[in-house]
Design a protein around this ligand. Structure first.
Ligand code: MEV
Length: 327
């Protein structure tokens, strides 16, 4: 029996536009998903706990006809179980052992579907744990690639490499199409996260942006404008100019809202953080609900978010320089 973990992430810039080949800069944060894998004779048994901050349990016998016993919304649950199934398929493929059976335990302090990269973290940790249990050590870059195949399969091909590369490698990364690299010299940005307790369906949100982009010229221009903003942001990263980074995050949020992926609660949390003095705030991830990320050296935005109606949890999130790892 072996355990692996992988971090969640926030997007400093570039979600959604990255799906169309624009660059994005996600940053791994110190919140992890941990997956324990044990080889069994056949089939797949999965136990998942705490996939939301307030915690719940999923247990299903994938090939034994069982059903998840859980009070989560069905689409979210479908997504969670699909990521695990696809990750196990990647392990079987890597080991060239299509019949390998597993019992898997998932624990996570990354809320599900909330924009913090829970699915990428679970996919990376599951692939690493499953492979190590079968005696195979994959390099982080291969785990990133296989975890990307997992996301692409679950999200009908509508996925970038950003979440999975970030979770596998840790730190701040830059992803543009297939070109994925770590960004050095970023330092510890003063991230504050606000979570509305909800979730968005990544596949649906990505498909919505695609439709908008095909129908309206302004949406295609908006995607390109996000790319320009990310390129500008990259020149600021490492200079320590958090005011300028914050300003660009604010622009990025406005552009994401124009693409229809913000929500009332995300906008409310963004404004609460800004009003409290955060230098910038934006939604993070696919949107529709979930989390915002703000930059604030002081405790003011954190405190304001804690008292903002509709904000369930607020916490500081330090940059995690370590990606997927054995526990
Ligand atoms: C979701 O965390 C990020 C999106 O850009 C989708 C993706 O990159 O695969 C919305």
């Amino acid at each position: 029996m072996v355990t692996s973990s992988a971090p969640g992430k926030v997007y400093l810039f570039g979600e959604h536009a990255v799906v169309y080949g624009e660059p994005a800069v996600p940053c791994a944060i110190e919140r992890r998903a941990r997956v324990t894998a044990e080889e069994i004779d056949e089939g797949l048994v999965v136990h998942a706990e705490d996939l939301k901050l307030d915690g719940f349990t999923v247990e299903y016998m994938n090939e034994g006809g069982g059903h998840p016993a859980v009070d989560a919304e069905e689409p979210l649950l479908q997504a969670a179980t699909s990521y695990v199934n696809e990750a196990v398929a990647q392990v079987r493929d890597a080991a060239d052992d299509p019949e390998a059976g597993f019992e898997i335990w998932i624990e996570s302090d990354i809320p599900l579907g909330a924009g913090l990269g829970s699915s990428a973290a679970v996919a990376c940790a599951a692939i690493d744990a499953g492979c190590r249990e079968l005696g195979i050590d994959l390099a982080p870059a291969e785990i990133a690639d296989r975890a990307y195949q997992v996301e692409a399969a679950v999200q009908d091909g509508e996925a970038s490499r950003a979440d999975t590369f970030c979770s596998a490698m840790g730190g701040a990364v830059r992803v543009e199409g297939d070109d994925c690299r770590r960004v050095s010299g970023v330092g510890n940005l003063p991230f504050v996260v606000g979570y509305d307790g909800g979730a968005g369906e990544t596949g649906k949100l990505v498909a919505g942006v695609r439709e908008l982009r095909e129908e309206y010229g302004f949406a295609a221009d908006t995607v390109e404008a996000i790319g320009d903003l990310v390129r500008e942001g990259e020149t600021v990263l490492g200079t320590g100019d958090t005011e300028r980074l914050g300003e660009l995050m604010n622009f990025n949020h406005g552009l994401l809202a124009a693409l229809g992926v913000s929500s009332r609660s995300l906008d409310t949390m963004v404004w609460a953080a800004r009003d409290a003095g955060a230098v910038g705030a934006k939604l993070t991830g696919a949107g529709g609900g979930g989390c915002v990320v703000a930059l604030d050296e002081s405790d003011a935005a954190l405190t304001a978010l804690k008292y903002t109606p509709g904000c369930d949890e607020a916490f500081r999130a330090a940059l995690d320089t370590e990606g997927v790892r054995a526990e």
